[in-house]
Design a protein around this ligand. Sequence first.
Ligand code: GLV
Ligand code: GLV
Length: 337
Amino acid sequence: QQPSVWISRPTFPEVTVRLEPYFRVLAEPREAKFTPAELAAKLADCDAAIVGLKERVGVAEVAGARRLRIVANLGVGYDNLDLAALTAAGIAASNTADVLNESVADYAWALLLGAARRVGAAERWLRAGQWRATEFKGWLGAEVRGRTLGILGMGRIGQAIARRAQGFGMPVLYHNRSRLPETTERECRARFVDKGMLMRESDFLVLVLPLTSQTRHAIGAAELAQMKPTAVLVNVARGGIVDDAALAAALREGRLAAAGLDVFEGEPNVHQDLLALDNALLSPHIASATTETRRAMTAVAVDNVLALFGHGAHAGHPPNLLNPEALAVGRAPFLTR
Ligand code: GLV
Ligand code: GLV
């Protein structure tokens, strides 16, 4: 019998075309939120799974997944996967690194500019029929050109954001667990600083770091207090990196000028205090959402599934494998070891 692959979300037709020669394809026909028990049942019934970020896969979800060999995540961040649990069960995991760098970098700039220039609030005002009441000195936003851009988390996406800053004549500061090679720093025209300096000096601070136990609330009340009251915070990384209650308080009390947020603690729920603020520009986790990028992300997930089962251009070597140790556990007999 052919192995089966479960796809948790509707994707693109080419996915089925590529998988069908080798797999029975079980693609969800519509978006759904699965309970842990439903997810466990889905995973128990397939050999490979392509899942989205809202699928949280942990010990309980894989406990009964006896045939499952790979969970391919539709996203670069994989805090929704308990990698230790997958590895212990001999289940490979993959992400979609790199293909979304440019679209996420574009979107970080959309939020930066939109929050600086109050695009969301201005649009709400216009739609409410209030244009006539607009004043010459109304709607004053923050000037962007020449101001200092700070980037917390300087991976490939952070670097793509930094490169765009050259067009705005902005000096770039960054902080990261490890410093970039000098050639990369030069190419990005970015200067490494400690986190405190990044907080104090940035006029625009963009967060692009993964969510881990170390980065939870990396931006909390203490960090917000270090920032300039004129500064704008942008988060295209993960909810939970920012303490949303503390952020809402800072925005409300004028200790921070504005924020552009694509991600939230406890999403799809958004903190009530943020929803009430006009100086918060909010979007529903869409930074990678262009047709090209979402197609590319899906293709990468398929590449990894095919590779794990010994097919396609990367046969035997899933290109985005997150836990090579899982292969040693021996569930993947098709692999070249
Ligand atoms: C999106 O949030 C991703 O991690 O790809
Ligand atoms: C923020 O500045 C908004 O426009 O909502």
